[in-house]
Design a binder for this molecule. Sequence first.
Ligand code: ZN
Length: 197
Amino acid sequence: MLPDVLKKLSELISFLPWIGEKTAVKLAFFLLKANPSYVQKFADTLRDIQAQLHECSTCHGLTDTKYHECAICRESLRKTEVLCIVEDYLDMVAIERLGIHKGRYHVLDGIISPLSGKSPKDLNMSDLMNRVSSEWIQEIILAFNPNIEWEATSLYIEELFSGKDIKITRLSRWLPNAGFIEYADEITLISAFRGRG
Ligand SMILES: [Zn+2]
């Protein structure tokens, strides 16, 4: 029933996570009616996004291709002795938005999961080991989603650095079951961060 172009655009939009079919049609309709200069800018940005972004060479967050390191790793005033480990870049963004962590980050890009065939070598684990041996780190914060799937990764990292004089902390058990860092409200996340141990 939809015109072909609107249908095609809706299908593309509904490919995105968290977007259902109905929302996809609404968004496609919004774009159809939007100011042409906005649509042009949107299309241009979308076209360039993958060419203009890459992984930070230190923390594996994202940065513009003109830099080797992301803005956080380049910031000279950040505490180098506190390293916050996260599953993915969105978790890093969620924590950074709180303004509570003054140290640096390390993005693992996944978790250890025998079921989906992910082992430590599939994650940014060797870079983490290199960082820990070359940087002066006093605390490692395991800022992971509080679910059972994360347990293996947490235990692996705790074991990995158990012989070193580094305090390894976890966020307090704060989120409801199956909660996720990127969806947590700020107050909950701040108290989880402050209550780590
Ligand atoms: Zn970085």
